[in-house]
Write a protein that binds this ligand. Structure first.
Ligand code: NOJ
Length: 451
């Protein structure tokens, strides 16, 4: 097949009629109303209340007030000609303490949101878990407690029973490597746990929970399209030296292979990263049969690439990232390198697993320091970012890789985890004092592409 010319002007038609165009969000990052209508606290509510955890002391308690403004925001999705809307369910709205009594107001809320999307001709794509664990479960050990497989299964069952008659597209969990790495190894995300003794059991229990959740959806939701989303970055060695190559392979195992491989039945990549071998302490007889699932699609989420260097002093992995800031490259507000070919390489890499049926880019986007001038936000850098990444996606598609959708991260500027409200990723600008929305130039650009 001909490879696409990266200069070809983009058009929606080039991606084909079946290509899913969407925008992605997550409950904690947009909803606010953190204790409304019976909602219990999540680990992000309690973590952000501690001093020094979130940049500028920001809190997700109000966020974009999506909880009360969801109709206006779904109207915006529609106005931008986007036909698929990805959002997540806040576990502690449905089950305030994670288990036990169901909070009917939480169910009603997501029913209203789903119904409104459908009325507007916008297809809902639901992520069941996007990092906001009920705080009450963290007190019992959170993801380090094997009991969580049952707690999570119960939550998935409730979602399937209440929303499965209308929701067709499901993602069990979002970016497991990020929430376990940042939350259970590095301690920079909620719940702020650190070290292998937290990280390793969390990994294994997350894998078992993803599979248990996916099986429940398969059983309870007729015709469900079931997936899971994975963070990934193209990794290149710092220099053409064997020690950097080996370091890059180890980093690749940790960043790109840690979850997808066991979930596809290939086991944990312990040959590459020997420190992971400690995980077998948490693997019980019979677990192997419950660690993989035949997903209908795999969501890949890519933002940048990483350059990796051998590092004697970095424990467990012997590798470190060469900061983009020190490489003189174009940066986003997250200090991530703008490197469009990364998304092509990731599509190619995931496409090479024969077990994967189809790929959807469930997140791609960029934060830039947007400013309002004359009531408008002229974010040319974001337009350029989206355009160059979409050109790579198109090239991958034309090269025969099975990529069937692209979701921008994200609709509105929102709460970017430990970075608070500083990085603005939205197609729509939010004034967090007044909650006023302004469609950025990138939003108009996308609306025009999708017209
Ligand atoms: C990945 C996460 O899924 C999302 O929550 C986050 O805001 C974006 N990437 C940007 O960092």
């Amino acid at each position: 097949m001909d490879t696409a010319n990266l200069d070809t002007p983009l058009s929606k038609e080039l991606f084909g009629d079946d290509f899913a165009w969407g925008v992605s969000t997550a409950a904690l990052q947009i909803e606010g109303s953190c204790d409304a209508d019976g909602k219990g606290p999540s680990i992000w509510d309690t973590f952000s209340a501690k001093k020094g955890k979130i940049l500028n002391g920001h809190s997700p308690s109000t966020a974009c007030d999506f909880y009360t403004r969801y109709k206006d925001d779904v109207d915006l999705v529609k106005a931008l000609n986007i036909t698929n809307f990805r959002f997540s369910i806040a576990w502690s709205r449905i089950l305030p303490t994670g288990t036990g009594e169901v909070n009917q107001a939480g169910i009603d809320y997501y029913n209203d949101l789903i119904n409104y999307c459908l009325q507007q001709g916008v297809e809902p794509w639901v992520t069941i878990y996007h990092w906001d664990l009920p705080h009450a479960l963290e007190e019992k050990g959170g993801w380090t407690n094997r009991e969580i497989v049952n707690w999570f299964s119960n939550f998935v069952e409730i979602c399937a029973q209440n929303f499965g008659d209308r929701v067709k597209y499901w993602m069990v969990m979002n970016e497991p490597a990020v929430f376990t790495g940042a939350g259970y190894f590095l301690g920079i995300h909620a719940p702020g746990r650190m070290g292998l003794r937290n990280f390793l059991p969390a990994i294994h229990h997350v894998v078992l929970s993803i599979v248990a959740g996916a099986r429940i959806l398969r059983e309870l939701v007729a015709d469900a399209q079931i997936g899971n989303t994975f963070s990934c970055s193209y990794i290149e060695p710092y220099a053409d030296k064997p020690r950097h190559f080996k370091a890059a392979k180890r980093a690749d195992a940790l960043i790109n292979r840690l979850y997808i491989e066991p979930l596809l039945g290939l086991g944990y990549p312990t040959d590459e990263v020997t420190a992971l071998k400690g995980i077998y302490k948490y693997v019980q007889p019979g677990d192997e049969a419950n660690m993989s699932f035949d997903f209908d699609f795999i969501g890949i989420q890519n933002y940048t690439r990483e350059i990796v260097k051998y590092s004697f002093f970095t424990p467990y992995i012997g590798a470190s990232l060469v900061k983009a800031e020190d490489r003189g490259v174009e940066l986003t507000d997250m200090k991530w390198e703008v490197y469009p070919p990364s998304i092509y390489h990731m599509i190619k890499k995931f496409n090479a697993y024969p077990q994967i049926k189809k790929l959807i880019i469930t997140e791609n986007g960029a934060a830039f320091p947007d400013v309002v001038f004359d009531g408008q936000v002229d974010d040319q850098k974001r337009i350029n970012y989206l355009q160059t990444h979409l050109q790579q996606v198109l090239k991958a598609k034309q090269d025969g890789y099975n990529v069937q959708g692209y979701f921008v991260w994200t609709l509105t500027d929102n709460f970017e985890w430990a970075e608070g409200y500083h990085p603005r990723f939205g197609l729509v600008y939010v004034n967090f004092e007044t909650q006023q929305r302004i469609v950025k130039a990138s939003g108009h650009w996308l609306a025009n592409l999708l017209r």
